[in-house]
Ligand binder design. Structure first.
Ligand code: ZN
Length: 356
């Protein structure tokens, strides 16, 4: 009888060479680098390969474990604990994926791919689908959306403006000057005056280029017309970057977007999207707000106006309503110190260059 192997960590078992039913007593060990070696009872090396090329059968009750080598040779042992011990140093701290790699390289790759795909859909597919939907949207969709939104607002909160004629004329003229400096041009925009009623000092843009300015906002800014233009330039930024449509499409999710893109977006949009309420219930993301802030600074600068004017508006909003006020404009346009500071900083940076 062969004596028990003396090597520490060695596992006793039987060695079956390829295409041979005859087994011989042998011992197996795995070193720290993941090299598996099998030796016969006299200590002669029978096999030495890396563990990744070896298939280790899973532990099932007391069924003997088999290590199958690439050439068909098999090392078999009843010492289940010994096999687990030999594998342990290699598994330490490596977690699930490493275990899977040891035993089932292909399964591990599959699992990783599935996880990556799922993460990829949310990370990349939605933004990508949103861009496709935006590109596929005919101009009639934002027009319909905007018209129905304005009609429903006029029926509910807004009423006719009481702003004096000279103020309106001055604001309209200045607004046209801003719009003329955008890709859409002055014809792409229209400024609508309204009494804001319960929504108070407010300004918002509809995706077709119609902007609404409330009397209350003009009154609140007193003589600071530039600040009002800063707000309007911010709203133009939302239109230029198509923020409303993006938010709307994002809300539709993957399924909604696929249906929207796959189908006739024009008629589909009428069913799904043409609800003024849906449009108005959306709020812009923080990223979009920052983008519109920068757009305001750039556009004001381009139009030869004060690029930092928007920051003054934020300060008035902050002082007027503090941070506790729940006005629509503040809840969607928080006048955070960071926003004020960032607007000022960017305006200063641009002011060093001459207006184009
Ligand atoms: Zn905004």
């Amino acid at each position: 009888m062969a004596s028990e192997p003396e090597t520490p960590g060695a596992v006793a078992g039987r060695w079956h060479p390829p295409s041979s039913s005859r087994g011989v007593a042998a011992s197996m060990r795995i070193d720290a680098d993941g090299v598996v070696s099998v030796a016969d009872a006299e200590g002669h090396l029978l096999k030495e390969v890396t563990l990744v090329s070896v298939e280790v059968s899973p532990r099932v009750g007391s069924i003997p474990r088999r290590l199958t080598f690439g050439d068909g040779a098999v090392f078999e042992t009843d010492d289940n604990d010994g096999v687990d011990r030999a594998l342990t140093p290699l598994r330490r701290g490596a977690g699930l994926i490493h275990n899977l790699e040891l035993f089932r390289p292909r399964l591990a790759i599959f699992v990783v791919l599935v996880i990556a795909l799922a993460a990829g859909i949310y990370r990349y597919a939605v933004p990508l689908l949103v861009e496709v939907a935006i590109a596929a949207t005919p101009p009639v969709v934002p027009r319909l959306l905007s018209q129905s939104a304005l009609v429903s607002l006029d029926q509910t909160v807004l009423s006719e403006s009481k702003l004096d004629e000279p103020s309106r004329a001055a604001l309209t003229e200045g607004f046209a000057g801003l719009a003329a400096n955008t890709p859409r041009g002055a014809e792409g925009y229209k400024l609508n005056f309204r009494d804001g009623g319960s929504i108070g000092p407010n300004a918002f843009a509809l995706p077709d280029g119609n902007l609404v300015l409330t009397d209350q906002l003009v009154t609140m800014m007193k003589d600071d017309r530039e600040a009002v233009f800063g707000v309007l330039a911010h709203e133009i930024g939302h239109v230029e970057r198509e923020h409303s449509l993006r938010q709307l499409y994002r809300a539709a999710g993957v399924t909604g977007l696929v249906l929207l893109i796959g189908g006739d977006i024009g008629s589909g949009a009428e069913d799904i999207l043409v609800q003024g309420a849906a449009l108005m219930s959306l709020s812009y993301s923080r990223h979009q707000e920052a983008e519109a802030d920068r757009y305001s600074v750039e556009l004001m600068h381009r139009a030869g106006r004060d690029p930092a004017a928007l920051a003054r508006f934020f300060e008035v909003m902050r002082d007027q309503f503090h941070d506790t006020a729940e006005t629509d404009f503040l809840s969607t346009h928080p006048a955070t110190p960071q926003r004020i500071e960032e607007t000022r900083r960017y305006a200063e940076e641009l002011s060093k260059e001459p207006a184009r």
